[in-house]
Every structure is written in structure tokens, then in C-alpha cells.
Design a protein around this ligand. Structure first.
Ligand SMILES: *Cc1c(COP(=O)(O)O)cnc(C)c1O
Length: 311
């Protein structure tokens, strides 16, 4: 039995009115661990469990780690998550609440990841946050649910970090025989790894991530995402951190669900009259969610970013 749930698919009256086309929301913020990640991570963990893994190891202090911790608890597997010192107290608290062993190590994710890799023994499975074919196949279930619910969108808006979600959605569209539905891939300007890769013609490594949308903070997209971005109709959009945070706050008012700026980035496209969206009748936004933000944190970010925008 899959570890993710079939999430609600709703037409958004407030977003449709602003965007100027019919906006549909796939509410993956309502997955038990708070984001779409459980689709892919859950599928991968079940498969590694079948192959005999006894422990899951992750180096994500974000939603991939949370999904692994949730999957481990459900499958009765031990879970170890190595996170860098920069990880928020909130994220560590959520991981521990899922009974994961949390090891705090290193100034950056690179160091935490190196330790995590060194811990992976023969009975363990390493859970990558975006670069694993099992993950993409799991993420593809989102497309199945939308099509099975009777909605064939004219375009799909999604946020891109390392490109696992993008790879999964393209896999689902191809498998279901609708490879022509265009994607609109959204990033924040400070985490634009897909944008830069498409400009360069190959995945390139960003020098640094400069965005509060930490869940989009992969310095380099995976090769599969590059293949999907060039082999599938795709448009891209960049939004500012301030736009992403403001979209989170408006979405909370409009739909009573709190999401991370990583998800707010996609919502921000529809929270403005958008020529990019008005080219279509029915636009699906993947409300990818994210569990690590709080209402207080959104307010702090907005105040700081707003002050910065005034110079
Ligand atoms: C992981 C994540 C993303 C980005 O997904 P990728 O597969 O890395 O592109 C976007 N939003 C949220 C909330 C996430 O957790």
C-alpha cells in the first residue's frame, strides 16, 4: 500500500480571479509529512525495504528527510538523518517527532552528506532527495491522480529544486500518453539551477544558493531533469523571494493551508495577472507544500525582504 495519499484537487476561485484563467490546485501540502516528497521517497523506501534494507539514511534537513523519517516509521525501519548545523530547530523537532535519529554535523550540506554517505552499510538504503529513478516513478503518481479525477490541464505549474518533481511529472505524462501538456517550471532567482542549466545547455553548478526557499536550494539539477526540460514542452519563470513569501501568506488566507516559499514560488505566478498563464484555459498548480516554515517565520521573512526591497 502506498505511503502517500490521493490529495484533493480543487479549482481555486481566488487564484482564478487574479490569474485570469481557471486555476486548479493539486494539494500535496496535505500529504502526511507535508509535501509531495513522500510520493517518491515512499515508493523508493518501500522498494529498498523489499530488497532487504533495514535502515534508511538521508542527509536532508528538509522535506526529503521528513518523508524518509515518515516512511521509516510506517515501514518499521530505522532512520538516520544527518543534517548540517544550519538546519532549523523546527526541522530537527519534526524529524525527531517521526522518531528518526538526527545527527547534526558540519557547516554545510556537503559535509553532512559526506558523513551520511560514509554511514551507509550493506543493510542500509541511502535516500537521495531528487536524483533516483525510484523517486521519479513515485512522483509520477501525482499525474495519475489528476488525470484519473477527470482533469486534463492545458499546462502544469511546478517548482524546481534538484528536478525530481519535474522528472516525475514528465514521466507520468509520457506514461499516460499526454506528453504534449506544457510545464511551467518556477524557481526563485537565488536558486535558479534549472534556469542556468538551460542557458548553458547542460547542468551547471551554482556558486551559492541565495534564497529563503531552501527546498529549491540544489546547486545543480539532475541530468534527468535536464533531459526532461529539453525533451518536453517547458517554459520557465523566476520569482523573487518576496513574491514567494507573499504568495504563501495570501494562500494561507485564501485556502487556509501554510506552505513553504518553495511552493509559494509556483503560487506567486498566479497571484498576479499573468500573460504566461492566460495563454491557457485550465492551469494546474502543483501545491508541493513543505513542512518546515511557520507562520511566525513567514512574517519575519516578509518584513526583512520588504525592507530590503525598499533599499
Ligand atoms: C523538494 C521540494 C521542491 C523541489 O523538488 P525537486 O524534486 O528537488 O525539484 C519543491 N518544493 C518543496 C516543498 C520541496 O520539498
Amino acid at each position: 500500500m502506498p505511503l502517500h495519499i490521493n490529495t484533493p484537487l480543487i479549482e481555486s476561485a481566488p487564484l482564478s480571479a487574479i490569474a485570469g484563467c481557471s486555476i486548479w490546485l493539486k494539494m500535496d501540502a496535505l500529504q502526511p509529512p507535508g509535501s509531495f516528497k513522500i510520493r517518491g521517497v515512499g515508493h523508493a523506501c518501500e522498494e529498498y525495504h523489499r530488497r532487504g534494507a533495514r535502515r534508511l539514511v538521508s542527509s536532508s534537513g528538509g522535506n526529503a528527510g521528513l518523508a524518509a523519517a515518515y516512511a521509516g516509521r510506517r515501514l518499521d525501519l530505522a532512520v538516520t538523518v544527518v543534517v548540517p548545523e544550519s538546519t532549523t530547530a523546527r526541522a530537527i523537532e519534526l524529524l525527531r517527532a517521526e522518531r528518526a535519529e538526527v545527527v547534526v554535523h558540519g557547516a554545510s550540506w556537503q559535509e553532512a552528506n559526506a558523513l551520511a554517505q560514509s554511514l551507509v552499510g550493506s543493510d542500509d538504503a541511502f535516500i537521495h532527495p531528487f536524483d533516483d529513478p525510484l523517486l521519479w516513478t513515485g512522483h509520477a503518481s501525482l499525474v495519475d491522480e489528476v488525470l484519473d479525477a477527470g482533469l486534463t490541464p492545458d499546462a502544469i505549474v511546478l517548482s524546481v529544486g534538484g528536478g525530481g518533481l519535474l522528472s516525475g511529472v514528465v514521466e507520468g505524462l509520457r506514461r499516460r500518453g499526454v506528453p504534449g501538456i506544457p510545464l511551467i517550471a518556477v524557481e526563485t532567482s537565488g536558486a535558479a539551477s534549472l534556469h542556468r542549466a538551460l542557458e548553458a545547455g547542460e547542468p551547471v553548478e551554482l556558486n551559492a544558493i541565495d534564497s529563503i526557499a531552501t527546498s529549491l536550494g540544489a546547486k545543480r539539477i539532475c541530468t534527468q531533469a535536464m533531459e526532461c526540460a529539453t525533451g518536453h514542452p517547458l517554459h520557465r519563470a523566476l520569482v523573487s523571494d518576496l513574491q514567494a513569501v507573499q504568495a504563501c501568506e495570501r494562500f494561507l488566507d485564501d485556502h487556509r493551508v501554510l506552505v513553504e516559499p518553495a511552493c509559494g514560488a509556483s503560487l506567486a505566478l498566479a497571484y498576479q495577472p499573468s500573460p504566461q498563464l492566460q495563454a491557457y484555459d485550465k492551469v494546474l498548480i502543483v501545491v508541493c507544500g513543505g513542512a518546515t516554515a511557520t507562520l511566525a517565520q513567514l512574517g519575519e521573512w516578509r518584513a526583512k525582504l520588504f525592507a530590503m526591497s525598499l533599499g
